[in-house]
Design a protein around this ligand. Structure first.
Ligand code: 5GP
Ligand code: ZN
Length: 113
C-alpha cells in the first residue's frame, strides 16, 4: 500500500483527524496554505476526480457536507471559504487519492491558477 492517504485511512501515518465516518475522513493539511486548511478524502482509494464512476458520485456530496460542517466548526462558515479538488498533473494534484481542500481564515486570492 503505497498511497499516503490510504496509509492515513489505515492509521499507519499519524494525522490530525477532525472527522471520520464510514465513507470519509478529514484531517489538517501538513503544509497549510491558510489558517484553516483541511483535506477531505473518501476512505476508498479513488485515484482522482477523473476516475470517479457514476456509482461513486454520492461520495462527493458527503465530502461537501463534511466541508460545510467543518467550516462551521473552524469558524469560517460566515467569513467564507473555498473548496477545491485538484485533478491530474496540470490540475496540480500531487497525491493520487481523490481529495478536497477546504481553505479559509484569510482573504484568498481571486485567481484560480
Ligand atoms: P494536492 O496537491 O494533491 O491537491 O494536495 C495534496 C495535499 O496533501 C497537499 O496540500 C499536502 O500538503 C497534503 N499532504 C501530503 N502528504 C500529507 C501527509 O502525510 N499528511 C497530511 N496531513 N497532509 C499531507
Ligand atoms: Zn489511496
Amino acid at each position: 500500500m503505497e498511497c499516503i492517504f490510504c496509509q492515513i485511512v489505515a492509521g499507519n501515518i499519524p494525522s490530525d483527524i477532525l472527522y471520520q465516518d464510514e465513507e470519509v475522513i478529514a484531517f489538517r493539511d501538513i503544509n497549510p496554505q491558510a489558517p484553516t486548511h483541511l483535506v477531505i478524502i473518501p476512505r476508498m482509494h479513488i485515484p482522482s476526480l477523473a476516475n470517479l464512476s457514476e456509482a461513486q458520485l454520492p461520495v462527493i456530496g458527503r465530502m461537501i457536507n463534511t466541508a460545510n460542517e467543518l467550516a462551521k466548526k473552524e469558524g469560517v462558515s460566515e467569513s467564507g471559504y473555498r473548496v477545491a479538488i485538484n485533478c491530474g498533473e496540470q490540475g496540480g494534484q500531487l497525491v493520487p487519492h481523490l481529495h478536497m481542500h477546504l481553505l479559509g481564515g484569510r482573504k484568498l486570492s481571486g485567481g484560480l491558477g
